[in-house]
Design a protein around this ligand. Structure first.
Ligand SMILES: [Zn+2]
Length: 96
């Protein structure tokens, strides 16, 4: 048997940096490519984000740091101000 170097992917949470482990063996999982890593993590309740984002993976840990990252990815709440209604800053929308 020969020993050779082979590249593989290991996924880690971008919040707590814990490495993804195989649920059956509890060992750090190695993936041959990015797509199979994404599929395995998604199937195991990890959040898999778009490849162009700086953060890619979020583990299912339920704490403030993880919630903060997920919240930061959400679009801002729309601010609706009706005509004649006071805005949050106390100003009234000028009537047209
Ligand atoms: Zn995490």
């Amino acid at each position: 048997m020969s020993l050779r170097l082979q590249h593989c992917y290991v996924a880690a949470c971008d919040v707590c940096h814990v490495e993804y482990t195989d649920p059956e063996t509890d060992a750090v999982a190695w993936f041959p490519d990015e797509t199979s890593a994404e599929q395995a993590l998604r199937a195991d309740r990890w959040m898999v984000l778009a490849r162009n984002l700086p953060e890619r993976f979020v583990c299912p840990a339920d704490d403030e740091a993880h919630h903060a990252l997920v919240d930061s990815l959400m679009p801002p709440e729309p601010v609706i101000q009706l005509s004649g209604q006071l805005g949050f800053d106390g100003t009234e929308e000028p009537s047209r």
